[in-house]
Design a protein around this ligand. Structure first.
Ligand SMILES: [Zn+2]
Length: 486
């Protein structure tokens, strides 16, 4: 997610006056082949969606550590006049422990029209934002749950005090469009989901809309059939990194580094002024590839939505138009481009390699924020020394107000401390290692752990192993200290 607003202005004021790996402790995908079920679907074809789900320490009511979804097949249709979403979700899963029922997060806003469990009609009960389907699955065995539903989407409150805080989940616009920002949870406002970052899965999303409308989702675009738009994610995706937007969109295509297809979806007469910034996508991707290695996915893009935030949704960034507190177009463009760079950087840090639980959000935001500042500092000719001096002041105020970044409070989701404080921590490692070793470290982290979920322990073990130095105390101090470390 984009960094909270307060950080933009101080930078302006200043201008004026990251070999073999240690196995991660939790959440890493094993990569082991999934054995085939005796009959029925070929679950082995979704083996890349295999994860090691864990319970969340901050938001325990979301996610189910007993369920490992391998693949979501979503067939959706949207009727703008009646504001009705009609859906059929086909969920291929592995039991991560012995199950007597399958429980998924799902909004109570929908009427469940039918449920099957391994092809047989089953009961599906929705209560407390959970869909429960009775059915026995032994640990490591597979099952298929199909849920048909319809209704008008309803958002859920975001557990945060950020300035740009908005409700989470699928949002209906006045003119009948749709968009979503859904970190840390909110995917379950549009499909039954194991709504937790430790359970990544593959996706096929098909969305049917009326003539003249377009549907945009995370993943790589497949052939459009009539007014049905199709997207496929061949790399595992966490639920919070999926997106859906429906509107009267215009589309522009470009080519990124190594021929990566890049697509911008914008609203004519609304987002046109941002096109020059959006068109910097290939250049920003090239800048990131130089430092962090190949872009980890088959396609990239941005969909513009009526939000005040921005989100690193996988292969298709969901971008709003934030209030940067400026009326100057050039200044607005600069901040907007910084935010875009931040969301593109997340494709390496957060998307390809994600956090096992929300306690490690710093691992996403620290890297994306640091990349963003390196980019902006280079452009604005701010030295590393000037930047650190400013950043230490910000860090100190944030620790005082919000506490250290390594143990965030549940009610303060994605506040500024999990952005700037870990970015400054990465800067300390950068200073000690120098450019070559630091960017080799960053590249190896992102490239070697693609498709997995990681945590603090696995990060520290990796850094120490990769550098041959002991950064344990440095990292833990920067993550846990109530004041800015010396
Ligand atoms: Zn972010």
């Amino acid at each position: 997610m984009r960094r909270p607003l307060l950080l933009a202005v101080p930078v302006l004021a200043l201008i004026a006056g990251c070999s073999p790996d240690t196995p991660p402790s939790t959440g890493a995908t094993t990569g082991a082949p999934v054995s085939s079920a005796p009959a029925g679907p070929d679950y082995a074809s979704w083996a890349a969606g295999r994860s090691a789900p864990v319970a969340d320490p901050l938001y325990p009511s979301y996610g189910n550590a007993g369920v490992d979804v391998l693949h979501y097949g979503l067939e959706l249709s949207w009727a703008p006049e009646t504001k009705t979403l009609t859906g059929k979700a086909t969920i291929r899963l592995r039991a991560a422990s012995d199950l007597t029922s399958v429980r998924l997060d799902f909004s109570q806003a929908y009427t469940v029209d039918g449920v099957t469990f391994n092809g047989a009609s089953a009961a599906g009960t929705v209560a407390d934002n959970d869909l429960t389907v009775p059915g026995t699955v032994a640990k490591d065995a597979f099952a298929t749950v199909v849920v048909q539903y319809h209704g008008t989407p309803v958002t859920v409150p975001m557990p945060s005090h950020r300035g740009d805080v908005e409700p989470l989940g699928l949002t209906v616009t006045k003119d009948g469009g749709l968009w979503t920002m859904q970190e840390p949870y909110g995917a379950s406002t549009w499909y039954p989901a194991n709504d937790h970052p430790s359970d990544k899965a593959l996706y096929d999303i098909a969305v049917t809309v009326p003539e003249g409308w377009a549907a945009v989702a995370s993943g790589t675009a497949k052939a459009q059939e009539g007014t049905t738009f199709r997207y496929a994610s061949a790399d595992p995706v966490a639920t919070y990194l999926t997106t859906l937007a429906v509107g009267r969109y215009q589309k522009e295509t470009a080519e990124g580094p190594r021929g990566i297809p890049v697509t911008y979806w914008f609203r004519k007469g609304v987002d046109d002024k941002l096109l020059p910034s959006l068109r910097k996508g290939p250049q920003q991707l090239a800048w990131l590839e130089q430092r962090f290695g190949p872009y980890p996915f088959a396609s990239a893009g941005v969909v513009m939505v009526p939000s005040e935030s921005g989100m690193e949704t996988q292969q298709m960034i969901t971008m709003g138009t934030p209030d940067y507190g400026t009326t100057k177009p050039a200044e607005f463009a600069k901040y907007f481009e910084d935010d875009l760079l931040h969301e593109y950087a997340h494709q390496w840090f957060g998307d390809a390699v994600g956090p096992a639980t929300w306690k490690d959000l710093w691992l996403n935001e620290g890297w994306a924020t640091y990349a963003q500042h390196l980019y902006a500092n280079e452009r604005d000719k701010i030295t590393a020394k000037q930047w650190e001096e400013w950043a230490r002041g910000v860090d100190s105020r944030l620790r005082g107000r919000l506490g250290p970044p390594g143990n965030p409070k549940a009610e303060n989701f994605a506040e500024s401390n999990v952005y700037m404080c870990p970015a400054l921590m990465l800067h300390q490692i950068h200073k000690q290692l120098g450019d070559d070793a630091f960017f080799a470290l960053a590249r190896e982290w992102a490239q070697r752990h693609r498709g997995t979920s990681q945590d603090r322990a696995s990060f520290i073990a990796f850094v120490n192993q990769q550098t041959g130095k002991d950064f344990t105390t440095l990292i833990n101090t920067w993550l846990d200290s109530p004041t800015t470390p010396k």
